[in-house]
Design a protein around this ligand. Sequence first.
Ligand code: ZN
Length: 121
Amino acid sequence: MNCPSCNQIATSFLRNAFSLQGVSILQSTKGYFKCQHCGTLLRITSFGKQFWYFFIGTTIVLAIFTLLYKRLILIVGMGATAAIWVIIVLVLMSIFTFGIWKYAQIEKVDTDPMTKTNQST
Ligand SMILES: [Zn+2]
């Protein structure tokens, strides 16, 4: 995703995944972040179609696992099933974060909500 203000890549995948990108946690959960180049406050407005395809795919994988896990426990045992579950969750979470980063539609925020947040906290 490119920053609408400076037209450079607004944030890297790692920055998106592991930092708050210059905003508070509350703002971060609402989809706000700051451009890594110019510091413009940006907001995620929606996601591309691909993101929703991925979202549906994730749901299907989880549903299949939920249906099959009892059988899996019988075949590979409890420990291995738990390990597989952890791996599935980790992989899906990373792909999910990637999907959010890759397919987010962003817009420039003109009024800075930062000032309000600072006053209330
Ligand atoms: Zn920028």
